[in-house]
Design a protein around this ligand. Structure first.
Ligand code: PLP
Length: 351
């Protein structure tokens, strides 16, 4: 691909494709740093303190990726052979290369629909410890917002009820909050309120906040202390990583309040696609910066739509044979989204 077509293309494959802004690069260049494994990186320490406070938890730990944050959570809260209850199409099940089985030796029981589930569904799937045959359920995980579910916000009343039921049963709770900032922006609920029911929570800097890398795992100080060792075991302990933390601090100051723009731009897409024959889209799922839609049998399949849109400079992701995902982010403006929606609609309507 030529450089011109690279710069002209509108990339909506993911909110991870964002590039650090000049201001963010400046903050990174000027970041005070030290050896984080001695606890001496001031930028990492500031970010960890700030995120812990925002989420209303005792402590936070910087991680190279959201996958490692999730894997650390699973490792901390389960033992090999345990059962983990999770909503369908969860990131930990689909997008982490089988890591949960390889790293923690756990199995998943998938419940609910569209990534959402209720406390009743959790209780029905729960397996008690001490049974001669069933694997013990020791963890329940929730994803908010839910990626493959189309960026839907997990209803807070359900999160509260699930975690209360879990606590009663002696089951730990984990929130995959890679897009928790989007959930907060969409609902107007403070991050701390969304995080409150859960023992451990992850958040990502490299999604809607536009950082080049980084996630954090957040929770009680005893768990986070143990997480330091697990991160080292997984090879994710770094040194002068404050350069990355500085990007996160910059993003909290500059990119957090603009997330509603991404949500409005996703609506632009959804509204245009609703009028396209062959598209099946539940508008109720379009709550944040993601649009996931299905292609009916009489429409071209996902790989064909992706290919055609790409020929006209618009990149979207095939999430299944007949499933497409569009993710808006800070590097695409309203005008580009309107143009991209037209191109995508044409790619589908050509049959
Ligand atoms: C992106 C994402 C992650 C983490 O992914 P990394 O690419 O490893 O940073 C975790 N959970 C969800 C729901 C995600 O969308």
């Amino acid at each position: 691909m030529t450089e011109t077509s690279l710069t002209n293309r509108i990339d909506l494959r993911s909110d991870t494709v964002t590039l650090p802004s000049p201001g963010m690069r400046m903050a990174m260049a000027e970041a005070p740093v030290g050896d984080d494994q001695y606890g001496e990186d001031p930028s990492i320490n500031r970010l960890q303190e700030r995120i812990a406070e925002m989420l209303g938890k005792e402590a936070a730990l910087f991680m190279p990726s959201g996958t490692m944050a999730n894997q650390t959570g699973l490792k901390l809260l389960t033992r090999p052979g345990d059962d983990v209850i999770v909503g369908d199409e969860a990131h930990v099940v689909w997008h982490e290369s089988g890591a949960a089985a390889a790293n923690s030796g756990v199995q998943f029981t998938v419940v609910g629909r569209g990534g959402l589930f209720t406390a009743d569904e959790f209780r029905a799937a729960y397996k008690a410890p001490g049974h001669a045959i069933f694997p013990p359920t020791t963890l329940v995980t929730v994803e908010n917002t839910h990626n493959r579910g189309g960026g839907v916000v997990f209803p807070q009343a359900d999160a509260i009820a699930i975690c209360a039921a879990a606590r009663q049963l002696g089951v730990s709770s984990y929130l995959d909050g890679a897009r928790l900032f989007n959930a907060a922006a969409a609902t107007g609920r403070p991050l701390a309120e969304l995080a409150a029911p859960f023992d451990l929570v992850s958040v990502a800097l490299s999604k809607g906040l536009g950082c080049p890398a980084g996630s954090l795992i957040v929770g009680g100080s005893a768990d986070i202390k143990r997480a330091v060792r697990v991160r080292r075991m997984f090879g994710g302990a770094m040194r002068q990583a404050g350069i990355l933390a500085a990007a996160g601090l910059h993003a909290l100051d500059h990119n957090l309040t603009r997330l509603p723009e991404d949500h409005a731009n996703a609506r632009v897409f959804a509204d245009r696609l609703l009028g396209v024959s062959g598209v099946r889209l539940d508008i109720q799922t379009v709550q944040t910066n993601i649009v996931v839609f299905q292609l009916e049998d009489d429409a071209p399949d996902a790989s064909r739509v992706v290919e055609r849109a790409k020929e006209r400079g618009v990149l979207v992701a095939a999430f299944g044979a007949r499933t497409v995902r569009v993710a808006t982010h800070l590097n695409v403006g309203r005008g580009q989204c309107e143009r991209a929606a037209e191109i995508l609609a044409a790619a589908i309507e050509r049959g």
